[in-house]
Design a protein around this ligand. Sequence first.
Ligand code: NAD
Length: 255
Amino acid sequence: MTLTGKKGLVLGVANKRSLAWAIAKRASEAGADLALTFQGERLEENVRDLAGTLERESLILPCDVAADDQIDALFAKIGETMGRLDFVVHGAAFASKEALSAPFSQTSREAFRMALDISAYSLVALARGAQPLMTGGGSLLTLTYLGAERVLPNYNVMGVAKAALEANVRYLAADVGQKNVRVNAVSAGPIKTLAAAGISGFSTILNIYKERAPLRRNVETAEVAEAAAFLLSDAGKGVTGEVLLGDAGFHVTGM
Ligand code: NAD
């Protein structure tokens, strides 16, 4: 699997545990040149420090995916600097702490709007912005979770957002396929990251996966990155509209 000669954009790096960081690292090892974004000044230094450990220099840019002007500025800068894009990794998601702990029926209109906007709509906005730069075809990849299909404790509005995100994958794949742009998702098993820390009872979820998944363990971040790299690379060039479950097989279990 190689990404030599490919240019990619990765959104969603917060720290060294971020799934987006593992994917960025793997893509860089495989030969890709990268642009990385940070959400707000608070995370800029983290992203710059991490990017400094990559073999090749990366372009570091701000992007709050809830702001259209920032998305426009991002793609304008990438166009100027990198000339084209071959892949985009969408690793951004957000739901308010209270929406991830209160009973689901208590979800406020604003909490629902924000979770769906940042975690699902943003993929549509990024696909639109990236298209003019994907002159040689391309691959868009997002990260989802089984909570899109099944009810998992406290996942709440994020499950609804992931269901919308997975539908986005299919509709976008059908829309941009004629331009040889593919759209896929990796549905990762639970991994302790900053975002995961917001979900009440996350440690219990990790233990249950370990007990019941066919592989009798949780997936590792590097394994998610490997599945992502496959979909980003030409090795996955016949695959689009797909949600690839990288969760040690947990999703096949009933009891
Ligand atoms: P993380 O906290 O490291 O990453 C989440 C990222 O989203 C952060 O970098 C944050 O800055 C970014 N973000 C939030 N709001 C944003 C906004 N308005 N604009 C731009 N960026 C914004 O956690 P993670 O677990 O690596 O999450 C990455 C993705 O993986 C998410 O979509 C998450 O739902 C998904 N996922 C995580 C797990 C898990 O168990 N950790 C499992 C399956 C899927």
